[in-house]
Design a protein around this ligand. Sequence first.
Ligand code: NAP
Length: 489
Amino acid sequence: MSDLARNGSTSRSPRVAIIGAGMSGLCMGIKLRQAGMYDFVIYEKADRVGGTWRENTYPGLSCDVPSRSYAFSFEPNPDWSTMFPGGPEIFEYFDRVADKYGLRRHIRFGETVHGGTWEDGRWTVRTTSGEERFDFFVSGAGILHRWRMPDIPGLDTFAGPKWHSAAWDHSVPLEDKRVGLVGTGSTGVQITTALSGNVGHLDVFQRTPQWVLPLPNHRSSRATRELLRRVPPINRLAHRAWLAYLEQSFGVGVIRPGWRRSLLQGACRQHLRLVGDPELRRRLTPDYQPMCKRIVMNYGFYQAIQHPQTTLVDTPIERVEAQGIRTTDGVLHELDVLALATGFDGTAYGRPLELVGEGGLTLDEAWRDGPRGYLTVALPAFPNYFALVGPHSPFGNHSVMAISEAQTDFVMGWLERFRTGQIDAVAPTAQATDRFNEAMDRAMPDTVWVTGCKSWYMNDRGQPVLWPWTPARHREMLATAPMADFVVD
Ligand code: NAP
């Protein structure tokens, strides 16, 4: 029996702590307010909302998911200027949403969450300002927030300015500079496209070639935007239609072989033909299947890499020196500025977060063999803790916004049960979590991610921490999770 039932009351409001005012944290806050639950705090380490879209400001930053599907379902944006809008436009969307849904009064800017401990049936949350008690603890910390600096010898000896792509220094003018860019993932490709021809010289250091899916960035006409703004049902329909299209094409193509995969892979191979010089094309051709690594979606990269002021360097890097990068063939590539688009730790999932669950179990201990959970959002022995976009979320085959929203609805279901006194605490059972993870392991061999490449999708044991089924199945499983899979108090 819950505390509420014992007291004879009929309703109570859960006290909820949320980490991060990025896309997931904002979504959680909105759903709480819509449900009339106002007792929550969103802790945000920075001074603005927006998460990824606040932090990343590198040249060429843009979305590579079609914009019509990159919005909350309850707030489709009629005003996207293009199919793949730039970072500032996406940041403005989240900033606007935070105002529209009255979230600012709940956000504590400049306050970092260090961890939390489950004690006496509640969470004690520790932040830079002290400790506070909550009924529920929800992480919206996201996946790609811990930068990966390359372990290249001599990196600290470089004489000029250098930075990671997530901390771009806009105070350094680049127009006449020799710029070195390390990394050709989604970020490196966008930066190459933006800088090529606009700096003195650009050296692009490629360790592994990437397949690039050609996605033209069509403008949304003024008439289209006006129509979507004036007729909300069409705006909502456009949002749903793009999500469905994404699910049915890419969402299925990556998880099982078939015509969708062949079509997408064919498009990547065809795209590479834009490189006229056969030798350069050979150097840009990956030796693994398209989409095995996180696919890069871009339309200007191959033109950019062929620009006379741009050089592809694919000889391995030996070390960084004061004057530039020396490759293993002995050549010193002299540089004024060094930009590192070397990615993020894709297995951090909110860490370093010192989480202590039942019996003193820490998150690091629970994840000794890699991040895992129940249905991508909950963890055994961590009652009333939920991680939005947690391990194995379908971000490898769907729009992360839709994923986060489905997970938020799942969390809201438990908050509602708490409000009405059906539960005080809930956590998935270890058995249900094992069953879920074993089923995923069995499905993984069909996916393109295990066809022979290295990527940030993989855990230390070389297994992708991704969702091997359709995005629809993710929503369905969250919506129909059996009560027998949970321990409730
Ligand atoms: P990434 O995909 O992990 O790429 C990192 C790049 O750096 C790779 O080319 C890697 O080479 C290279 N690298 C790493 N360490 C190196 C070293 N020591 N020496 C030489 N090269 C090294 O990182 P990312 O490009 O930042 O993208 C991460 C993810 O962010 C993407 O997959 C995507 O999910 C997301 N993203 C999204 C958008 C968007 O528009 N929505 C834009 C940018 C990023 P190897 O391949 O050999 O490891």
